[in-house]
Design a protein around this ligand. Structure first.
Ligand SMILES: O=C(O)CCC(=O)C(=O)O
Length: 363
């Protein structure tokens, strides 16, 4: 059997024998693995079998970014109304013609794959403890306390207002600096469109959320092939903490979104991003745009990587429902205000699939 190097210790009684937790990648690569260790098995099937493909008449919206940034007012206003519908009805859309070069997207995927190929010793230098640590490597969600482990390794970096990145592998830092620079511009344009789609004027979100010092976190989730994907989980149902998440993935499906109470598979479109609305947008829109629940399921054949880029307000912004969306009668403010940094800490302190949702900060 392969030597398995420890990532961290599983939470357990002091008297119990110490059980080492390995990275999902190391575990998946260990020889003769035909079933998952019991601490990865959920008691009810996790698989996407209950999930459906979006049907033709009601499929995940596609937004053409080139129309959103068009100088033709008719095209732009159609794109804004499509955006409003996508955010309101689904909370998720595929973004095409976004202008981020394909070579840059591929370079980013390859560079992040390269990080997971480093030795455990190199990766373990970034074992993080706190949600606001600038670089965190880990497995599962919070492996030291998770009752059932997730079949997922991850790397998370704060990339704005200050850029952080592990020094290895060579080229990672340059690839991510370029890629996140592109996504920052894209996110700002998208937020202009979303702001307009809420009837707030293009600059409202940018100003109210202090986007010059927006907190932006780039993550990479690695889901190696799993011998029993129907019993284990990549990431259970959750919502994201920021305003928007822009996700890139290799061409292996696994992401599902909750739509009308059903799980819908998000089939990858080559070179498109998946964009989803997140908690702070739900709060500032006073619930008009809901933060969508989503999850990641596994397969037994191919490694999947997903690279979400979370765009939030600046850490000290107190997020409140926009005044224009609130009146004293029919549209009262339904969320309490909270500074974004406190929200992040509070959300992270909870179990992932029972994590804080904006509905829990409702008045
Ligand atoms: O892997 C995916 O597609 C989903 C990732 C995700 O939801 C997350 O990182 O919060």
């Amino acid at each position: 059997m392969d030597t398995i190097s420890p990532v961290t210790q599983l939470h357990q009684e002091a008297s119990a024998p110490r059980l080492q937790i390995t990275s999902a990648k190391t575990l998946a690569e260990s020889s003769n693995l035909t079933s998952i260790p019991s601490h990865y098995a959920f008691t009810t099937p996790t698989s996407g079998d209950q999930a459906v493909h979006a049907d033709h008449d009601d499929s995940i919206p596609v937004i053409d970014f080139s129309l959103l940034s068009s100088s033709n007012p008719d095209q732009r206003s159609k794109a804004i109304s499509d955006l409003a519908k996508a955010c309101q009805d689904w909370g998720v859309f595929m973004l095409i013609n976004h202008g981020v070069p394909e070579s840059q997207m591929k370079g980013t995927v390859d560079a992040l794959m390269g990080f997971f190929d480093l030795t455990e010793e190199d990766k373990n230098k970034f074992l993080g403890k706190h949600v606001l640590d600038p670089i965190i490597y880990g497995t599962s969600f919070k492996a030291s306390v998770d009752k059932v482990l997730l079949w997922r390794d991850f790397l998370k970096m704060m990339v704005h207002p200050k850029f952080h990145c592990p020094p290895k592998p060579e080229g990672l830092s340059e690839a991510l600096a370029e890629y996140t620079g592109e996504l920052r511009k894209l996110a700002r344009e998208l937020l202009k469109g979303i702001s307009e789609s809420l009837g707030l004027g293009p600059g409202y979100i940018d100003e109210a959320m202090n986007m010059d010092s927006s907190l932006q976190i780039l993550a990479a989730n690695l889901y190696p092939p799993c011998p029993q994907p129907e019993l284990a989980m990549g990431l259970p149902s959750h919502s994201d903490y920021g305003l928007l998440t822009i996700l890139m993935q290799n061409d292996i499906g696994g992401l599902q979104v909750n739509h009308g109470g059903k799980w819908v598979k998000v089939d990858p479109i080559p070179n498109a991003f998946v964009v989803n609305t997140a908690d702070q947008l739900e709060i500032m829109s006073n619930g008009k745009y809901k933060s969508v629940l989503h999850r990641a399921v596994l397969n037994n054949k191919t490694t999947r990587i997903s690279i979400p880029f979370s765009v939030g307000p600046s850490p000290n912004t107190v997020v409140v429902p926009a005044e224009q969306l609130v009146d004293g009668k029919h549209n009262q403010a339904t969320y309490i205000s909270m500074n974004y940094k406190d929200y992040l800490e509070f959300k992270q302190s909870r179990v992932l699939n029972k994590g804080l949702c904006p509905s829990q900060v409702k008045i």
